[in-house]
Design a protein. Structure first.
Length: 240
């Protein structure tokens, strides 16, 4: 059995990073990878797709019950995120703030992953190691904020980091060997980063496959004592 167990779930499996995580888990020997996303993905040996909406609690509850009926889950990763949309860009200044854009950013980047925790953390085993991770971002670190701007995305990711911390404390009472962390993938070649890739220094735009492998390395190595923290893809801790 893989160090990441035999049953894993990836939320956001249709995205660049989510899809790369699904493939990486299979390469690492995880026998059963459930690829959940709003957009359908192809089934393959050991990969079981299903459509789910993170903001639809009925959908999350249904899939939690469906997967839980077959036993516990060893690894759960939420690989979703929203930085821009057709009528939404990161704010450069306070004058750019819009209530609807802020609400959308919080819904996708913080509320959705939090609802996944609500419905799925109870499926982690009580008596052995297990792992939950959500893709967060260095930009959500308050102490690391030196440039300002990008108000909604920064605040939503900071909120997610707090939700992970609180969930880690609560889950440790039931499942003391569980690890719950946030993961910063770096700037990855994906739809999320595409409008801003020209700002990335040469050689620093990362392939989804590389980001997935490195984040799984970090997740494998993390201990219960590190639960509730945020880590970059290279294993360094990012302070709140």
């Amino acid at each position: 059995m893989s160090r990441l167990g035999d049953r894993a779930v990836i939320f956001g499996a249709s995205g660049a990073i989510g899809g790369a995580l699904v493939d990486a888990l299979r390469r690492r020997g995880v026998g059963e990878v459930h690829a959940l996303s709003r957009q359908p993905v192809a089934a393959a040996p050991g990969i079981y797709p299903a459509q789910v909406d993170l903001l639809d609690e009925a959908s999350l509850s249904f899939h939690a019950a469906r997967l839980g009926a077959d036993g516990v889950l060893d690894t759960i990763i939420v690989a979703t995120g929203l930085l821009h949309a057709p009528d939404m860009l990161p704010e450069k200044a306070l004058r750019d703030l819009r209530a609807d854009a802020l609400a959308m950013s919080f819904a996708v980047n913080c509320i959705g992953p939090s609802l996944v925790m609500k419905h799925f953390l109870g499926l982690l085993p009580r008596d052995r190691a297990s792992r939950f991770a959500a893709l967060s971002a260095r930009i959500g670190s308050i102490s690391d904020n030196q440039k300002g701007g990008w108000y909604g995305y920064r605040a939503a990711k900071a909120g997610l980091n707090m939700m992970l911390r609180s969930a880690a404390i609560e889950t440790a009472r039931r499942a003391p060997q569980a690890v719950i962390i946030g993961l910063h993938p770096g700037t990855v070649d994906s739809a999320l980063s595409r409008p801003f890739q020209k700002l990335v220094p040469p050689g620093q735009l990362r392939k989804p496959e590389d980001a997935a492998e490195q984040m799984l390395d970090v997740l494998e190595a993390a201990t219960p004592a590190q639960s509730g923290k945020l880590f970059a893809y290279d294993g360094t801790e990012i302070l709140p």
